[in-house]
Design a protein around this ligand. Structure first.
Ligand code: ASP
Length: 301
């Protein structure tokens, strides 16, 4: 059986990236793309690669996922994550969980066991019972986020959800997304990230997608599934992504971004926020190509 050429793309959120954060966004996305790529290059599955890449972003306080997430109204890190497998349409998700070091790992474990969305204590209990890394709730709070919350400063950067789509050598696609939600969100608020069709979608017949942005706008236009549906007829992923974002803008005046890989391994992305951090990697590149929207790619495609 002939092998598919693997490819991986990650995003670090649709947002405004202040000048002093540009480098950290490049570095974080690059490291995540490399982590996922090393899984794919060794013949690992797309879902494994997605988890590996998102774990890196969840560990990096530059991004609003895992450690360094934005704080809710009570000053807590409360996160959502989901993953979907394009071969089986299987999926798993957690929402409003605390003290789980890598929410994407919990989502993947749920997917493997039985597709469902586990919120708050049930998600935390699942992670604990399945031997996933737990931590004190406060260990996920970065100093920068705590200061911003305490001072109640007006934050210029919108929160920066992370996501990944990967295509493995067996032609299977997977997509995953992880977030700390929105600045100062009420306890228990859940956005698009944990919802299949909104924050992510993967179907081997068309492609995989991860989204980021204003969850309350992404949900009513079912952004990830809309972008995937726009791939029908062989439309290029860049065009499909632009079409989905244009619909979001015209129908609900939302601000968001999305990354896509189609079933042929072509990549694309679009956003209507000021910036979006993106990195991708394939066999033709010796280093991931990284972008923040503020300058030319660091590595040419
Ligand atoms: N989509 C995330 C949420 O609404 C936030 C973001 O991507 O900025 O929870």
């Amino acid at each position: 059986m002939s092998q598919t050429k693997p490819v991986i793309i990650v995003h670090g959120g649709a947002k405004t990236i202040s000048e002093d954060k540009v480098e950290a966004n490049h570095a974080g996305c690059r490291a995540a793309a490399l982590a996922g790529w090393s899984v794919l290059a060794q013949g690992g599955s797309a879902a494994e690669a997605v988890e590996a890449a998102i774990r890196v972003l969840e560990s990096d306080q530059t991004f609003n996922a895992g450690f360094g997430s934005t704080l809710n109204s009570e000053g807590e890190v409360e996160v959502d994550a989901a993953i979907m497998d394009g071969a089986t349409l299987s999926w798993g998700a957690v929402a409003a969980v605390q003290g789980v070091r890598h929410p994407i790992a919990a989502a993947r474990r749920i997917m493997e066991e039985k597709p469902r969305l586990l919120v708050a204590r049930s998600g935390e209990r699942f992670a604990l019972e399945h031997g996933l890394e737990m931590c004190a709730k406060k260990d996920l709070i970065s100093e920068e986020q705590y200061e911003e919350w305490k001072e109640d400063v007006e934050v210029l950067d919108r929160p920066n959800t992370v996501g990944c789509v990967a295509l493995d050598i067996n032609g299977n696609l997977a997509a995953g997304t992880s977030t700390g939600g929105t600045n100062g969100q009420p306890q228990g608020r859940v956005g698009d990230t944990a919802l299949v069709g909104c924050g992510l979608y993967a179907d081997n017949r068309l492609g995989g997608c991860s989204t980021t942005g204003d969850g309350e706008s992404i949900i009513p236009v079912v952004l990830a599934k809309s972008a995937i549906d726009a791939l029908a007829g062989g439309r290029h992923p860049d065009e499909a992504a632009q079409q989905a974002i244009a619909t979001l803008q015209s129908r609900v005046e939302g601000e968001a971004g999305c990354i896509l890989i189609d079933c042929q391994g072509r990549i694309g992305w679009a956003y209507n926020s000021e910036d979006m951090a993106v990195a991708y990697m394939n066999e033709e590149l010796s280093e991931p190509a990284t972008f923040t929207g503020k300058e030319q790619p660091l590595a040419a495609a």
